[in-house]
Design a protein around this ligand. Sequence first.
Ligand code: ADP
Ligand code: MG
Length: 490
Amino acid sequence: MNFKDLGLDDQLMQAVERSGFEEATPIQAKTIPLVLSGLDVIGQAQTGTGKTAAFGLPLLQKIDYSERRIQTLIVSPTRELAIQTQEEIYKLGKEKLAKVQVVYGGANISRQIKQLKNYPPHILVGTPGRLLDHLKRHTVDLSHVETLVLDEADEMLDMGFLDDIDQIVAHLPQKHQTLLFSATMPSAILKIGKRLMHDPQIVKIKAKQLTTDLVDQYFVKVRDNEKFDVMTRILDVQAPDLTIVFGRTKRRVDELARGLEARGYNAAGIHGDLSQQQRSEVLKKFKNGDLDILVATDVAARGLDISGVSHVYNYDIPQDPESYVHRIGRTGRAGKHGVSVTFVTPNEMEYLRVIESLTRKRMLPLRPPTEKEAFAGQMNTALEEIRQLIDETDTDKYLTAANELTSEYSILDIAAALLNTMSKEDAVSKPVKITPERPLPRRKRKNQNCNKFKRLYDKRRSNGKREKIRRHHSEKYQAHRKKQRKSYKK
Ligand code: ADP
Ligand code: MG
């Protein structure tokens, strides 16, 4: 869909051009005209489909730039996302000279206050907690807000944030436009969302070309206490460029990052307990390619726009299939191929099947590599690095020392020593302790209910009311089975 037909003005078309967007994504094509017309909109489309610009572009068009006051409020669940959104909207609003400010917790509040006062923004992006802080101090004035955006709306309307959101909304003028954008929208959340909205237009872009199409998905069945060794072997064999490893808990993320480092990998972790600065630093390094492996929790990695990730390892299988799609959507972007490996304990196999029924794609079983294969993988990587090193080395400079070395040792010994340092071989035996995590609770089998019917049936039958009961229950049972079969197909 062409951006030209969406009703955007010249300056915004310039911004689109400058950003290199060739055509509008489906969520953009559908929501931009609706937002421009002032309607309330619920927009749902998978991660990475340009939802920020979908609300950002029309918002930028609707602002009255002669008025220096907050006309749009965008609420984001995390600091990183708030910053990312502010940056994207600032970029899109350059031609308009839009002033976009971001406020989040963990940063100096008096500086934010000064800025809000001296250079009032047109658009304010913030996390709920810090926004409330400003509201309590009367350092932010939301009485002229015309549009409220809840980004990652499913999270914003979840129990953890709902109270905050309600309080923030109470500071807005009675009449305002409300936009909810999210990758997922469970129906309970949708209901809460609608309470905040007036006759919302719902735009849902089906994730039929799940990003997963470009991702080769594997799973490894492995006990929790063997996961770490198996993962490092797979790392050695697959030799990925940029990898994200997902762990279930913060502790897990810390231990994995430390363990990987101890084994000689270039890894660091991010999760909610790190300071804003620490997280930004890690992310920056990862984006620049100065870090090979990013270990993260779901929440910390949510919505982050990082390109070039070649491999996603699910050290722990996610509990809900939606987060699986979120996770592996970090790779296989922009038409590039990606690989995902999910580690599953034998007890958790049911979770794997549920995920497969959502993605409609089977994961291929991956046999854990042997030590020998891992070693071969390491050597391949080391050889590649050494070749490059040799090409880049100014031989003349080292001639004397090199002569001395070759007169004492055979070339083979020298090469072996080099291979030893260039590979992680020495670190392989470093003990790494990863605290065992309880496997996910056994999933309730879907046919538990029909067992209930069966039990009932058997019991009544023994009471002698055979015929009547059988008909009654078998009809009910059949209807139930039918429904169940349908839900399987879904
Ligand atoms: P989402 O919020 O849906 O996860 P983002 O808004 O973070 O996605 O956008 C992901 C990336 O796609 C960003 O780098 C953004 O600049 C880029 N992008 C947005 N719209 C387009 C477009 N129409 N064409 C190409 N890239 C786009
Ligand atoms: Mg987003």
